[in-house]
Write a protein that binds this ligand. Structure first.
Ligand SMILES: [Zn+2]
Length: 83
């Protein structure tokens, strides 16, 4: 297990776990409300990791397990995320 000097963001905890491998990252420059709107859409099509990444809002999660890459690719295109 890799341990970084400072574990601050939720992503730090994921990256420190040897069973986690980042395959691709998507991003969008937007305000905080956009993040919550995306989470709201994703929770309908995925399995949320409860209380992950949402300590500063009322969402149930900002991390989701998505099994179908095609859904993810189409969703990212729909909401205009870059990669
Ligand atoms: Zn939120």
């Amino acid at each position: 297990m890799k341990v970084r000097q400072h574990t601050f963001w939720h992503i730090d905890y994921l990256l420190d776990n040897d069973s986690v491998e980042v395959e691709q990252a998507f991003y969008k420059v937007a305000d905080k409300s956009a993040e919550c709107k995306i989470a709201e859409k994703l929770k309908k099509k995925s399995v949320p990791v409860v209380n992950f990444g949402c300590s500063d809002c009322t969402c149930g999660s900002h991390l989701f397990k998505i099994s179908h890459y095609n859904f993810l690719r189409d969703f990212m295109s729909e909401i205009q995320l870059g990669n």
